[in-house]
Design a protein around this ligand. Structure first.
Ligand SMILES: Cc1cc2nc3c(=O)[nH]c(=O)nc-3n(C[C@H](O)[C@H](O)[C@H](O)COP(=O)(O)O)c2cc1C
Length: 345
């Protein structure tokens, strides 16, 4: 089950509730449940009603979730994230969010007053970057203590790690900017601390290499070379898996046009560890990509929203229910924990 933010953490302290435990336990039959993303610190926040993993109260909330998933025989990883520059002063009592450089990512942020345009962030100092890595370390320790089987590092869309990887958003002149070795430094520092806490084969990472933001974070002529560098280094890391999301746009005419015909083949060719494919898969297309060796695992997002018993539906060829987009982020049980299992009679 792929990570899905569901906006159900409507309490001010951003603590996961009993409702989260019910929802995740309903989906425990997934081989591996990846939770919604959780903030690694208060500074990481940039979207409403998303839980955290940075204090004791949140840890205790998550403990109930892992307990209930484990008691149904499931495995569960926590996804952790930081949105960096794609936040808004509304989340920080009027203070600017911080990012790799003082450059407006030209995105939208979902604030308590609805969607707002991002602004020019403040540039993170080197000490602040080190503090962020420390926050990931603490979040990993909290996740482990909360009973998670592992952790997934959110490195997708326009969040902090892709901001550092982006030549447009990161124009630093110190060791965190410039060439790809420098732009990826924070990513590998985060992986190091997460692996230190969880050990081998317990840390995954998720990328959307073909994400075309409406703002400045988008693939460019060096993106494929950048990924060759990243994948070569990731091969040396004892990851649980590398999670790659399929494009949602036609790659023809983009800097990724050369991998249009065999997108996952590119990642398979450069990465020797466990590769998890994601993005629009069905039972048939998932089995196909595994059979042809282009992926080892497939995750499903949308399908798990309305089909808590997705595994049984696949196994028995039962019909699939359709999720109601209107209730994706609206809070409460409706459109969250009230989707029934399929009944055969
Ligand atoms: C409601 C919703 C919320 C999502 N939230 C997250 C998230 O918090 N973290 C993440 O990595 N991906 C998130 N995604 C993306 C999914 O994990 C997945 O990559 C995407 O839906 C494509 O897979 P699918 O076609 O099987 O749904 C979200 C998707 C949906 C539909």
């Amino acid at each position: 089950m792929a990570s899905m933010t569901r906006g159900r953490t409507t309490n001010e302290a951003l603590v996961p509730t009993d409702l989260h435990a019910v929802y995740y336990a309903q989906r425990a039959a997934a081989g591996l449940v990846l939770t919604e993303s959780a903030w690694v610190s208060k500074d990481a926040i940039g979207f409403v009603n998303i839980p955290g993993i940075y204090n004791e109260e949140q840890l205790a909330g998550w403990q109930k979730v892992t307990h209930d998933v484990h008691s149904k025989g499931g495995k569960i990883f926590l996804q952790v994230s930081h949105v960096g520059a794609v936040s808004h002063p509304d989340f920080f009592e009027g203070k600017s969010p911080k990012g790799p450089s003082a450059i407006n990512p030209e995105e939208k942020t979902f604030t308590p007053q609805g969607f707002k345009d991002t602004q020019t962030p403040e540039e993170l100092t080197k000490t602040e970057i080190q503090n962020i890595v420390t926050d990931y370390h603490k979040a990993s320790k909290n996740a482990r203590q909360a009973g998670f089987d592992g952790i997934e590092i959110h490195a997708q869309l326009f969040t902090l790690i892709p901001q550092f990887l982006s030549r447009a958003a990161n124009q630093r002149t110190d060791e965190y900017g410039g060439n790809i070795e420098n732009r990826s430094r924070i990513l590998f520092e985060i992986l190091d601390v997460a692996i230190e806490v969880f050990g081998k084969n317990r840390v995954g990472i998720k990328f959307t290499p073909a994400f075309f933001s409406s703002g400045i974070i988008r693939p460019d002529s060096e993106t494929l070379a950048d990924y060759e560098y990243l994948l070569a280094r990731l091969n040396k890391y004892p990851l649980a898996y590398l999670h790659i999301v399929a494009p949602v746009v036609d790659l023809a005419g983009t800097p990724l046009a050369s991998i249009k015909e065999d997108y996952f083949g590119f990642f398979r060719a450069h990465y020797q560890g466990t590769l998890m494919a994601n993005g629009g898969f069905t039972f048939a297309s998932a089995n196909e990509i595994i059979a042809n060796g282009k992926a080892d695992l497939v995750s499903f997002g949308n399908l798990f929203i309305a089909n808590p018993d997705l595994v049984a539906r696949f196994q028995n060829n039962w019909p699939l229910a359709t999720a109601d987009v209107e209730t994706f982020y609206t809070g409460g049980e409706q459109g969250y924990s009230d989707y029934p299992n399929y009944k055969t009679s």
